[in-house]
Design a protein around this ligand. Sequence first.
Ligand code: FMN
Length: 168
Amino acid sequence: MEKQVLVAYASKYGATAEIAERIGEVLREASLATDVLPADRVGDVTPYEAVVLGSAVYIGRWQKQAANFLKANEEYLAERPVWLFSSGPTGEGDPVELAQGSHFPKALQSIADHIQPRDIAVFHGDVNPEKVNFFEKWMIKNVKAPLGDFRDWEAISAWATAIADALV
Ligand SMILES: Cc1cc2nc3c(=O)[nH]c(=O)nc-3n(C[C@H](O)[C@H](O)[C@H](O)COP(=O)(O)O)c2cc1C
């Protein structure tokens, strides 16, 4: 029987949703039966043998839908292969360096320590000046983060391919 994989995500303006969709495409190409769903729309996790969970980062935190999913399913996830990713930093160069060395939100680190994910990735994000509100644009300018779409589709696909290789 095909393995069931869940790719769950939290996204405010759609950039992280598109990353999750790309990961889902790569997993399906590897013959893994994959559902890609917003984290707050996942009813039951028990059919899934493996879970990929990602969130956009805002002011150093994951979106609450992804954080809630992680907390609510902590015990189940601790028994399964899990991969986590954040989407956020804009600009050229290593995304972890752009995020001032932050690899994962501090508020969720203890849960990640318990779950022991196979990997935690940080992907470049997309700050779309036509989508973010005035206050958000002001905040981004304040921290001197560039506006624009810096998502690295090659890095995202390569990460998803490594997940597929681990599961098939
Ligand atoms: C107000 C604001 C705060 C942000 N804070 C962070 C942050 O702390 N760390 C980070 O890496 N990215 C930060 N970002 C960048 C977003 O995470 C990035 O735009 C992400 O790709 C958005 O994903 P979404 O479209 O799925 O919501 C911030 C963006 C905005 C507009």
